[in-house]
Design a protein around this ligand. Structure first.
Ligand SMILES: [Zn+2]
Length: 476
């Protein structure tokens, strides 16, 4: 139990109207310079996953960022604890042990300094009301905002019946080992949120299935023929480039098809398709170079016969390269249509592997999807493998958690928009009863992981106010 004075609790029924949030907001405004200073300092740790070291399982830079964040938490009045460098804990004790969790992360994705135009990624700066730096938005800014928001509640002696637990993860971006470690030592909090998504609230995340289909055919070692084909760079990125290499003396018909170029390299004929990259969960934002190349080659004649037949069949199956219609996967639960983007293709002399990134509806079933994929593989004589399968998450907007979070956001922002469903997974999937809540606006093009990532000063303050209310509503 905490030694805080709980006398204020008498007669208090947890009605938000009884808490003077105007005063809490004013306090957060007066703390803003300190909040910004802490955020700039936290960003300056280049907390990209590195070589493991003693009590630094994700590298010393991540360890240093964790130590700094725990120091901030202690200064703000939290009881802080390091869990072997995997996660940090910062607790604000309520009068019961039941916990409300705030799941944040301190690690960041790498940044290439030459791509940054405002300031270097780990030498953050403030320009025209924006705080620039790697991690400013994902997830250091929202983390600092939430810590301040919770701390101010304690400052004002606002009674909380539940304990508020911040879980400061150190490996969200590359494997989520931090959360696995946490769950090996502790129970998950009863409910909570992760400030690592979008406002107003993410109440649904599609399921993710990366599947691969492999085909084989007899090799032909003589004569003009397709030697190799390579498309894509990662399973979750719509490919911007695809390339097929044919042996010398191969002849293809070329009529200036858009996005296609033919050239010579080392005596071989090279066919290149250029498209536009996009996140695998948003295939409609890209132009898929893989399918452009497959379509072009399907209209040609070349050897080996197996490769030609395969590419012709693929052109039919991938005629829709966004919603999986040709593959027989298309599905819509009214909230979140299935997307399916063919993102990797590798062909050599006697076989091919195609990898697709499929995001299935929040109310869909992975078993149904797998049954369709098995049937497809059997019908084509291909081999199926499923390297990634994450179940969807969905919480109806009228559940208590969703209602309270949305109310907290609306009270501060006045934004009446409904919660959203996303195609990409967030940290919220790590625990039951968690939702991603802020901090990027629903309509933002997506600044996380990009060069010149920033978090606006106004949003930092808005988040602190929203999270103060959200934590209060969940922990009251
Ligand atoms: Zn994140």
């Amino acid at each position: 139990m905490s030694d805080r004075d709980w006398t204020g609790l008498l007669g208090f029924d947890g009605d938000p109207a009884q808490v003077d949030f105007d005063r809490i907001d004013a306090a957060l405004e007066s703390y803003y310079p300190q909040m910004e200073r802490d955020l700039l300092a936290l960003i300056s740790y280049p907390s990209v996953q590195g070589e493991p070291d003693w009590r630094a399982p994700f590298g010393q830079d991540v360890r240093d960022a964790l130590d700094f964040a725990l120091g901030v938490a202690v200064t703000l009045g939290f009881r802080a604890e390091d869990v072997d460098g995997y996660v940090g804990l910062a607790d604000l004790e309520g009068y019961s042990d039941e916990q409300v969790g705030v799941l944040c992360h301190l690690d960041v994705v790498p940044a290439r300094a030459e791509d940054w135009t405002v300031c270097p990624p780990f030498e953050p700066c403030v320009k025209e009301g924006r705080i620039y730096g790697r991690g400013a938005l994902d997830d250091k800014g929202p983390t600092i905002a939430a810590l301040y928001g919770a701390a101010v509640l304690a400052d004002f002696g606002v009674p909380l019946s539940k304990t508020v637990r911040f879980i400061l993860g150190c490996n969200e971006e590359s494997g989520m080992e931090c959360v696995k470690y946490y769950l090996s030592k502790f129970d998950p909090p009863a409910l909570g949120f992760t400030p690592d998504g979008r406002f107003p609230l993410v109440n649904g995340e599609k399921g993710i299935c990366h599947f691969a289909l492999s085909a084989r055919w007899p090799a032909e070692d003589n004569g003009p023929r397709l030697l190799s084909l390579r498309a894509g760079s990662a399973a979750n990125i719509v490919p911007a480039r695809a390339e097929a290499v044919f042996s010398p003396d191969t002849e293809l018909r070329f009529h200036g098809e858009e996005g296609i170029t033919l050239s010579q390299r080392d005596g071989c004929l090279v066919v290149t398709a250029e498209g536009k990259a996009a996140h695998g969960s948003l295939p409609e934002q890209g132009r898929n170079a893989l399918t452009e190349l497959v379509r072009f080659l399907a209209g040609q004649s070349f050897a080996p016969e197996g490769a030609h037949a395969y590419l012709s069949r693929l052109a039919q199956l991938l005629a829709d390269d966004k919603y999986g219609a040709g593959l027989g996967l298309a599905e819509d639960d009214g909230l979140s249509p299935l997307t399916c983007s063919p993102n990797l293709l590798e062909i050599d002399g006697d076989g091919a592997t195609l990898t697709c990134d499929c995001r299935f509806p929040v109310r869909g079933k992975s078993d149904d999807l797998l049954a369709k994929l098995n049937a497809l593989a059997a019908a084509e004589g291909w081999e199926l493998s499923v390297p990634t399968l994450h179940q969807p998450l969905y919480m109806a907007p009228d559940t208590e958690l969703a209602r309270e979070l949305l109310a907290a956001y609306r009270e501060v922002s006045g934004d009446p928009h409904e919660p959203i469903v996303m195609g990409c997974g967030t940290y919220a999937k790590a625990f039951p009863n968690f939702l991603a809540f802020g901090a990027e606006a629903a309509e933002s093009p997506g600044l996380a992981h990009q060069a010149d990532e920033y978090f606006s000063s106004a949003d930092l303050l808005l988040c602190a106010k929203v999270y103060a209310r959200a934590i209060y509503r969940l922990a009251k």
